[in-house]
Design a protein around this ligand. Sequence first.
Ligand code: ATP
Ligand code: MG
Length: 563
Amino acid sequence: MTAADAPAPKDFIRDIVHADNEQGTYRQRVQTRFPPEPNGYLHIGHAKAIVVDFGIAADFDGVCNLRLDDTNPDTEETEFVDSILEDIRWLGYAPAQVLHASDYFQRLYDWAEHLIDAGLAYVDDQDNETISAQRGGFGRPGVESPYRDRPSAENLELFRRMATGEFPDGSRVLRAKIDMQHENMQLRDPVMYRIRHAAHHRTGNRWCLYPTYDWAHGQSDAIEGVTHSICTLEFDTHRALYDWYLEHLPLPGDKPKQIEFARLELTHTVTSKRKLAKLVTDGIVDGWDDPRMPTLRGLRRRGYPATAIRDFCREIGTTRTNSRQRIEALESVVRRQLNLTAQRRMAVLKPLKVVITNWPTDASGAPVVEEFPVSNNPENPADGTRLVPFSNELYIEADDFAEVPPPKFYRLSPGREVRLRGAYFVTCTDVVKDAAGNITEVHVTYDPATRGGDSPDGRKVKSTMHWVSARHAVSASAALYDRLFSAEFPGEDTGDPLDDLNPASRELLTDCRVEAALADTVPGDVVQFERLGYFALDPQTPMLFHRTVGLRDEWAAIQRRQR
Ligand code: ATP
Ligand code: MG
């Protein structure tokens, strides 16, 4: 049911499951679920939950289902349902079943009548604001609704009329009758049902009563046979209510238990569907799959391997302490994996033409073309080498040349000798400029004795540069990315993450020249452009490469500083 990962290290949730197995609580049965609300695309935070839910089921030979928590008719769309399943599969997991909370609407309704019969639920005719105000707060007493002691028969009749659509939205709710003075606010007569005359993406106009999260969640777990209902820490205070409902209902089987863990949050980004949706609707990014988005679609388009996301989620562990992970740590895992798999290629993002003035011509007078073998991946000799053409006209990175070199600049400049990777040493003799004074070409001479990139007399050069043969190169574009939010904790100062947007999070380079071999790249494949980073070919736009990550391991530097 899951990608073949090594079992995750032990954590407090696995300890609980293990103890339940030892004690036979669920007769060795382990069942989890991943319960997204289909109101947006999955993000890296969901990946953490998926890795926990599916991972634990796999480690204990259990089952993990996908449950679409589709109890809110206003925000849900079929588009999201399809994408959620696709993203889970991409991440490497296969739900045992795909289930919908909306399939339980009738059962929940019947159970609500059961609570009414038992004197444990009542219809409240007050509006939302009044009910909220009466709830009180920490250290502030709750106020009982004047409708709290309605007889069961009257509650039942009103509830049925609510269900048949007799009353307008917001006119009445059904509440559990628990304790208006409970120190846990969740137990101060929580709302179970609201009237909402709205079509639901699956049940259409069958219902005009919709259950709240708390009334639907634990009951859905129980209906499905979930044993361990794993959720995030903000539901901590809801657990008492989760248990209260289950204790007062005639359950078909085992009583599931809710376990909470800390959400995954990353620096320089947001993991909230609502905030991500805003980036899309405001046109700040190109869509949910923009490579700057922390959505699974965005990360995938950016070139993040699913295995790297899974490894990261496991390596950070599962705890009950809220903290933000550094995005550099995720990038480090991505880089570590791509280093092993990505084919090396040469690409010039900002081309500057170099002409070798002493290059030989063949019998017909045309410049000679040589081919140099270059390793496809030094990390994996089995990937072999390829032949890269070299001739008198080349492109190098404009940044690799300086007419007047600043201090510590060791790359090409007038009079200086450098190595063209795997080919020859060249020395700059001249620069050619246009009328406006812009450098259009650099002239060099090469030393035939340095063929293959080494000098027989042991002469040293301080710099090795990548290049492509001008005649053989193909055109491409590249998108370079910086942090989507410049602040580590977006919104920390003002409360609105959008205040911390990085206005320069994308640089698009449309005049790149790359090795012809790159024309064979399969969309979605990630290659390493030597000296520049890892790049993923866009699935739609031909020859558009997204920089997945650079080559420098910033995470290692951060860890060194922290020691
Ligand atoms: P959002 O705030 O982005 O809408 P959510 O919690 O409302 O997130 P759901 O669709 O309800 O999103 O989440 C499905 C599951 O994923 C839940 O079990 C939820 O706890 C978990 N989840 C969501 N975000 C994170 C996160 N950042 N880290 C870990 N788990 C998460
Ligand atoms: Mg939610």
